[in-house]
Design a protein around this ligand. Structure first.
Ligand code: XMP
Length: 525
């Protein structure tokens, strides 16, 4: 594999994804991983990521002292990006300082010097790149030469052809860098000699084989389907091996979107032929949520109820089969298991990239199953590709994410009061249909309506009204960790607001949320 050591750059996962897009398997470890850990994955190439630190700050993360020696002995090419390049310069005896440029940020052209190995594939000698650095290399270690400079004269690319160690001060992984992916491809395939053989078809074959080996011929597995892409594709894949020995449960907790239960059940049974039991837990859930207004309490109640239903399902299966199902299928993704470098100043050593409250569908360890997690090494777009290979319909694969607690966190305050659930479901349906009609669904990462626990004054049909207010949210994002609000046209907003107020008579006001994340979160609760 290609091992990417993470020094805390916001782009590290992107490096990993770019490498996979090129067709080579890559993984990420924290930047201060031990030599033992690095050796354990037998990397063919190591990439040192960027990061917010300065190599001069005491305690800033670095590779182990014997790292370069190990790479040398094993002919492992190394590429440092931004902070990673400065680490190479400093650790191999060069000097990093404030230099001639005194910091360069944003898109700018670089000047490639003739005769470089790193750029031997390209004719454009002045590509625009994405730069973001304060320090720069002011004196190179022995054996290195400068292969590109910025317009201000800062060293922005270096190489030691003999030892196959390379450094880029800019970010080849971001889309703003011209021929950035080509540079990475040239480095991995031509310089490092790797083969581009990582494909989703291959991953699928390997996973099917692994599951066949992992699960004995009479053993059974269970899976909680949420209606989301990850668990659905995971179940579809495992079903190919286990057939009727896979048992799925779909919990209708009463907080689903309009006709969601029927729609996903049709998908599971008619299109994907999954053996799935639908458990109607609506009444119990809503009874438990009655009068509860605190967002965290609501989340906890919904999560706990879900676990109770799942436990009951597992016990039932045990009774039916005469023995306990041995395996639990989960759609865990690579970003959930990556230990990333934490943001500076967070006080954390290494943080997981998701918030704990996201794991509503996550089940407690004391359930004591062996896990089948076929996507532990995959990113979301790769799971989508596997889904396509397995014949999961495109409309389903491209669905926006939907949180485990569902409408429970989209109705602010008491979920159960009056007709809140019905009103929100109708508004949400009108809104999402309009987005589809205007051809915007695939451009938007996630869109939904929220119910606000206030009333406002309006005038409808010459009558004064005192009715509900609903909010609309639509965001662009790549992973849900940061997000920006979607700039709808006035025409779209006018159309959707008119439709909502006309078709849902108890709503007389529609507002649009124009806050990014941060400072807001995507969901309102
Ligand atoms: P926030 O609101 O934290 O949401 O900005 C980021 C992404 O996560 C989804 N989300 C959840 N997903 N269970 C889930 O499965 C949850 O409890 C949960 N809370 C938020 C949210 O919809 C957005 O896509």
């Amino acid at each position: 594999c290609v091992l990417v050591l993470d020094y805390g750059s916001q782009y590290t996962q992107l490096i990993c994804r770019r490498i996979r897009e090129i067709g080579v398997f890559s993984m990420m470890f924290p930047g201060d991983a031990s030599m033992e850990r690095i050796k354990s994955v037998n990397p063919k190439v190591v990439i040192l990521s960027g990061g917010p630190n300065s190599v001069h700050v005491e305690g800033s993360p670095r590779v182990p002292e014997d790292f370069f020696g190990y790479c040398q002995q094993n002919s492992i090419p190394v590429l440092g990006i931004c902070y990673g390049m400065q680490l190479i310069v400093q650790m191999l005896g060069g000097v990093v300082g404030s230099g001639v440029a005194g910091g360069e940020y944003g898109r700018m052209p670089i000047l490639i010097q003739p005769g470089s190995r790193l750029y031997s594939f390209q004719d454009n000698t002045q590509p625009n790149v994405w730069m973001s650095h304060g320090d720069e290399a002011t004196q190179l270690p022995e054996g290195f030469k400068v292969v590109a400079k910025s317009e201000q004269g800062a060293v922005v690319a270096i190489e030691d052809q003999a030892r196959r160690i390379f450094g880029l001060q800019y970010h080849p992984e971001v889309a703003h860098t011209e021929q950035g992916t080509d540079t990475l491809r040239h480095f991995l395939l031509d310089i490092a000699g790797l083969t581009a053989d990582w494909s989703m078809a291959e991953v699928l074959e390997t996973q099917l084989k692994l599951i066949k080996e992992q699960v004995g011929p009479t053993q059974h597995a269970i899976c909680a389907l949420s209606g989301g892409v990850d668990s659905t594709v995971a179940a579809t894949l495992v079903h190919k091996v286990l057939g009727e020995r896979l048992h799925c449960v779909f919990v209708d907790h009463g907080l689903l979107r309009y006709k969601e239960g029927e729609r996903v059940m049709e998908m599971f049974t008619q299109h994907l032929h999954l053996p799935v039991t639908k458990v109607d837990h609506k009444d119990v859930m809503l009874a438990k949520l009655k009068g509860v207004t605190d967002p965290e309490r609501k989340r906890k109640i919904i999560g706990a109820e879900f676990i109770e239903v799942f436990k009951a399902f597992a016990n039932n299966m045990e009774k039916e089969l005469g023995h306990k199902p041995t395996f639990l299928v989960q759609g865990t993704l690579y970003p959930d298991v990556i230990e990333s470098c934490p943001p500076p100043g967070s006080g954390q050593k290494h943080s997981h990239t998701i918030k704990s409250h996201h794991n509503v569908g996550g089940l407690p360890k004391d359930l004591q199953f062996s896990l089948i997690e076929p996507f532990r090494e995959l990113f979301k777009d790769e799971v989508r590709a596997i889904g396509r290979l397995l014949g999961v319909p495109e409309t389903f694969i491209k669905r926006h994410p939907f949180p485990g607690p569902g409408m429970g966190v989209r109705i602010l305050g008491d979920v159960t009061e009056g007709d809140r659930l019905e009103v929100l479901c109708m508004v949400d349906e009108i809104y999402i249909n309009a987005i589809k009609e205007f051809g915007l669904y695939d451009e938007i990462w996630q869109a939904f309506a929220v119910f606000l626990p206030i009333k406002s004054v309006g005038v409808q049909g010459d009558q004064r009204t005192h009715s509900h207010v609903v909010g609309l949210r639509a965001v662009c994002s790549s992973d849900g960790m940061t997000a920006d609000w979607y700039p709808f046209t006035p025409e779209f907003l006018r159309t959707v607001s008119a439709r909502i107020c006309n078709q849902v008579r108890s709503v007389n006001r529609v507002v649009y949320d124009i806050t990014s994340k941060p400072p807001s979160t995507i969901e309102w609760e």
